[in-house]
Design a protein around this ligand. Structure first.
Ligand code: SAH
Ligand code: SF4
Ligand code: F3S
Length: 458
């Protein structure tokens, strides 16, 4: 790589799917001769890969654009290069050219299904700039398959853990959610295409793969032979034909947890004992109003079944408090479910009314202070459960995949099978370099609210 190569800065907001998309954008642009920079200041191209899920996430993008505008103005004043500013991801999909109307400093807007065209868009933008025009590029087409076909031809940046998107979009239309609008309808990638990417990751030395989808357990990819592949069958095939030591999948919808998939957790060694299964609320009335296509009883039955085949499974979930019409009694039902399930980890949010979604139009919105009180009560219990789960790990020996560097040069961080962050002090920077990327047995010696500390066995 030459030192005068162009620099790319990407900031990622939102879910793992956006993290995956960011990685793919990097692959695409590295192929074009770009290198990645950690600061926006010296970038030739800045990409904000945005999230529209809650108001706060979406608004944060605008304050970041505001800061970047000031940075760009300074650069121009000092006679420096003028950075291209692109907004991608789900806010871009939802708002399109409205972003450039509100923030004219934005040169390019593209959605989650068009980022493979980033090289062309960048070239067009550069050309416009050279001609003294303001590039006003907007590409928010929603057809998914072209994207994957194009991306599959690009080499990947090697790592030890990797995401692999197998399914995208959503047809469930939960009444609070923007995803069906920002990502489009449910789309399962073809079996052979998924396998081609999986083999590529395997050959690059990836040890842990996380299969991604908005509703990953609804995966039903077709093969060239016309066979339908379920997620369970795909996991089994990956376990049989690759060297992946660990296979994970996320996010699952409770309505699509088939018996076949549950059984996998007891049968496939590589399938990690961790399941993210969002219930959102513990009240049947609210779950129904959310259009979640499951009941609390069916959710609890799934948990029971999975614990039968994998008693040590770590469960995680998502919760929304203060959905329109949620009473104190409804909220207490959520607390009941939480106490019954006993989560190892969880994400909880105050309901955020999103433009264009049915729930936003309901007239029984919950007052903001009530939402905050409920969230505090819920999070106190979830934090207590997570802490107890972590405390129970102390003294145990478990394999940890050390795939990240820690706060100090001699620290490494990795994940336990149960998705807990485990850190270890290996003494020196040299030792850290030596152990980086290894899957090692570690003894857990202490626990904190969000992480564990381990030491090598032997
Ligand atoms: N497909 C996944 C979730 C995608 S969004 C699923 O169905 O489980 C991730 C989480 O954000 C959701 O599970 C939900 O808890 C939360 N969320 C989505 N829309 C929201 C909204 N309008 N307000 C608050 N939280 C929301
Ligand atoms: Fe959103 Fe519901 Fe689809 Fe999940 S299942 S992405 S919450 S609409
Ligand atoms: Fe956000 Fe889009 Fe993911 S709205 S949560 S980045 S699918």
């Amino acid at each position: 790589m030459t030192t005068d190569s162009k620099k790319l800065y990407i900031k990622t907001y939102g879910c793992q799917m956006n993290v995956y998309d960011t990685e793919r954008m990097v692959d695409v642009m590295v192929h074009e001769g770009y290198t990645v920079t950690e600061t926006p200041d010296d970038a030739d191209l800045i990409v904000l890969n945005t999230c529209h899920i809650r108001e706060k996430a979406a608004e944060k993008v605008y304050s970041d654009i505001g800061r970047l505008r000031v940075m760009k103005q300074k650069q121009v004043k000092n006679g420096g290069k003028e950075t291209l500013l692109a907004v991608g991801g789900c806010v871009a999909q939802a708002e399109g050219s409205e972003i450039q109307r509100r923030m004219p400093v934005v040169d390019m807007v593209f959605g989650p299904q068009t980022y493979h065209r980033l090289p062309e868009m960048t070239k067009a933008a550069d050309k416009a700039k050279q001609a003294g025009e303001r590039p006003r590029i907007v590409d928010t087409d929603l057809s998914v398959s072209e994207k994957f076909d194009s991306l599959s031809q690009k080499p990947i940046t090697p790592k030890k853990t990797a995401f692999l998107t197998i399914q995208e979009g959503c047809d469930k239309f939960c009444t609070y959610c923007v995803v069906p609008y920002t990502r489009g309808g449910e789309f399962s990638r073809r079996f052979e295409d998924v396998m081609q990417d999986a083999v590529k990751l395997n050959d690059a030395g990836v040890l842990e793969v996380t299969l991604l989808g908005q509703n990953v357990n609804a995966y039903h990819g077709m093969s060239a032979l016309g066979e339908e592949w379920s997620l369970a069958r795909l996991i089994r095939h990956l376990a049989d034909t690759t060297d992946f030591k660990r296979i994970r999948y996320t996010t699952s919808h409770p309505g699509d947890m088939t018996d076949e998939l549950i059984a996998i957790h007891g049968e496939v060694e590589q399938c990690m004992p961790y399941l993210h299964l969002p219930v959102q609320s513990g009240s049947d009335k609210i779950v129904k109003a959310m259009n979640r296509h499951h009941t609390i009883a069916t959710y609890m039955k799934t948990i029971e079944d999975i614990r039968k085949v994998r008693p040590d499974i770590a469960l995680s979930g998502d919760f929304i408090v203060g959905f329109p019409g949620e009473t104190d009694a409804d909220f207490q039902k959520t607390m009941d479910v939480v106490r019954q399930v006993n989560y190892a980890q969880a994400y909880s949010f105050m309901y955020s009314a999103r433009p264009g979604t049915p729930a936003a139009a309901q007239d029984d919105q919950v007052e903001s202070h009530v939402k905050s009180e409920r969230l505090a009560e819920l999070q106190a219990e979830l934090n207590r459960q997570q802490r107890a789960f972590n405390d129970a790990s102390v003294g145990k020996i478990m394999p940890v995949l050390l795939d990240r560097t820690g706060k100090e040069a001699s620290h490494l961080v990795g994940r336990s099978p149960y998705m807990q962050a485990v850190y270890v002090d290996v003494g020196t920077e040299e030792a850290a370099a030596q152990h980086f990327g290894k899957l090692v047995d570690m003894k857990i010696i202490s626990a904190g609210p969000r992480s564990l500390k381990g030491e090598f066995v032997n």
